[in-house]
Design a protein around this ligand. Structure first.
Ligand code: HEC
Ligand code: HEC
Ligand code: HEC
Length: 451
């Protein structure tokens, strides 16, 4: 089993590290030859054990591994505003990993954020979501890590947080204020499918880690469907994790349950294609879900009411942009850059081509009030979606070298204001900020920033 994870990991070079590595690879090596290495793996995989399935659902590998390293052996650098943290070795090696953990130690670590040696973890480890995991599932996960994962001897790297900023001692207080250690309880009045979806989204899948905005103490501003801020979208690593509530324009209001299921399973649907840090989630985690679990998550997500655009008018397509572009009228800001650089794939009518070159017309990410994802995408492109070992054949190119800050601002403004899209304009200053923060030569890309 471990080999499968490790192999997958290798094949995914660009997508494993939450953004940092992805950016380096996509900016420096557009062809990403390591990607192709994943292809032969497409053959039907044997049924995973329950614990392996849960490790996928919880995407433990995404943080506890580095590009080219052994699965679960740790080492991923996660920048926080205080300094760098490294995810640890969670293979069953007795010296450097978690080989001496009892089931109880494991439960305390994963659900409560307490390490065996007594210290408390920072919530860069998503224990506030994992707290919801059932005793049975923790036990299956434990069995997987102890019996199926290959032990790897690799010492943990110490955190690079200056002692005056190291607030580990305060995590007990943080937990007392912000942390609810209760396991998931099915919600009465909701059916089993919805409840399974809630368990996966709020618990194992820890979707809120990226999609829920954070407060000043780094706490997620909502942990369940009852909280107004839960999954309303949030900035992270210079991407915007989308609004997943029922909002009609920038949320999932215009997506059917089937659209959503297709996106989670394959990274594609008629509305868009996964990019940024979401690629990592699809490649490592949701593409492995059973159809029943995909259906459960989609059912649950589609039940979330609109939160940010109450009473908004739904986006409707207009033909004016396509008409102007076809008449070679480039008077609108950004129109010429779009025609020269983007129209070949996204098409003058903004509708893209099939499931492989996404539409920009009406696309919720294009309509998002926060344009960081769009700027990042145009500057740096994105890692590829890989499902069943097969990488996408098309991929968004990067324009960091070719286009100036002003040109990127203009073209992003153009796509946000064409084909019926009505989202705010973008400035050259916004582009220059993202350009600096995502510079591949810059080693301290903020992976988990407070906002
Ligand atoms: C979003 C990133 C992320 C994900 C996903 C994640 N972890 Fe972690 N984990 C971390 C970080 C970072 C630390 C170190 C925290 C610290 O030092 O305060 C950690 C620490 C741990 C520890 C403590 C190990 C030790 O003894 O030092 C265990 C055990 C652990 N994780 C298990 C898991 C398991 C099991 C999963 C999947 C169910 C998982 N983690 C998913 C980031 C993550
Ligand atoms: C590591 C951060 C991260 C995690 C964890 C994460 N997402 Fe995302 N997600 C993103 C980002 C960034 C985007 C925007 C890029 C895109 O559309 O693919 C996104 C986009 C999406 C979209 C597309 C929305 C749209 O309007 O285009 C869906 C649906 C989604 N995520 C569902 C989920 C679910 C369900 C989970 C939990 C299983 C999850 N995400 C976990 C970062 C994350
Ligand atoms: C070679 C084809 C190609 C060109 C040229 C291209 N794109 Fe893309 N674009 C893609 C693909 C493919 C994706 C889907 C993400 C991925 O797989 O990389 C994408 C995704 C996007 C997205 C995210 C949409 C979503 O939700 O899926 C935006 C925004 C975008 N492109 C804007 C642009 C702009 C602006 C330009 C011109 C400066 C441009 N693209 C040029 C192929 C292209």
């Amino acid at each position: 089993m471990a080999i499968k994870f490790a192999h997958k990991l290798f094949g995914m070079a660009a997508t494993v590290a939450v953004a940092a590595i992805a950016l380096q690879v996509s900016a420096q090596d557009a062809a990403a030859p390591a990607m192709q290495a994943a292809a032969p793996e497409a053959a039907a995989a044997p049924m995973p054990s329950k614990g392996e399935y849960l490790a996928r659902a919880a995407n433990c590998v995404a943080c506890h591994s580095v590009d080219g390293g052994e699965a679960f052996s740790g080492g991923l650098k996660m920048m926080t505003p205080m300094g760098a943290l490294y995810a640890t070795n969670i293979t069953p090696d007795k010296e450097t990993g978690i080989g001496n953990y009892t089931l109880e130690d494991f439960d305390k670590a994963v659900r409560l954020g307490q390490v065996k040696d007594g210290h408390r973890m920072y919530p860069a480890m998503p224990y506030p979501s994992y707290a919801k995991l059932s005793a049975e599932d923790i036990s299956a996960l434990y069995d997987f890590f102890m019996k199926e994962v290959k032990p790897v001897k690799l010492a943990n790297k110490p955190a690079e947080i200056p002692s005056y900023l190291d607030v580990r001692w305060a995590m007990g207080i943080w937990n007392a204020i912000f942390f609810d250690d209760a396991r998931f309880k099915p919600v009465e009045g909701k059916d089993a499918v919805w409840n399974r979806g809630a368990y996966l989204v709020e618990g194992a899948g820890h979707c809120g880690v990226c999609h829920t905005p954070r407060g000043i103490a780094f706490q997620e501003k909502g942990m369940t469907y009852k909280d107004g801020n839960f999954l309303v979208g949030a900035p992270l690593d210079n991407w915007t994790a989308s609004n997943l509530t029922g909002d009609i324009n920038s949320g999932l209001g215009r997506w059917s349950k089937e659209d959503l299921a297709a996106f989670l399973k394959t990274g594609h649907n008629q509305h868009g294609i996964a990019f940024g840090t979401m690629v990592d989630v699809i490649n490592n985690s949701t593409s492995y879900f059973t159809d029943a679990d995909i259906d459960a998550m989609s059912t649950y997500l589609k039940s979330l009411p609109p939160q940010k655009e109450k009473g908004a008018t739904a986006w409707a397509y207009t033909a004016d942009t396509a008409t102007a572009l076809k008449a070679r009228d480039y008077s609108k800001t950004g129109a010429l850059v779009f025609a020269q650089q983007c129209a070949a794939c996204h098409v003058a009518d903004g509708k893209g081509r099939g499931d492989y070159q996404p539409p920009l017309a009406g696309n919720p990410t294009v309509l998002d009030p926060d344009a960081s994802s769009l700027i990042n995408m145009v500057l740096n492109g994105s890692a590829r979606v890989i499902v069943n070992g097969v990488p996408d054949s098309y991929r968004m190119p990067y324009y960091r070298v070719l286009l100036s800050d002003q040109q990127v601002a203009d073209v992003v403004t153009f796509i946000r204001g064409s084909w019926g899209n009505k989202a705010s304009a973008v400035t050259a200053k916004q582009v220059s900020d993202v350009r600096k923060e995502t510079d591949p030569l810059h080693n301290d890309i903020i992976v988990l920033r407070m906002k």
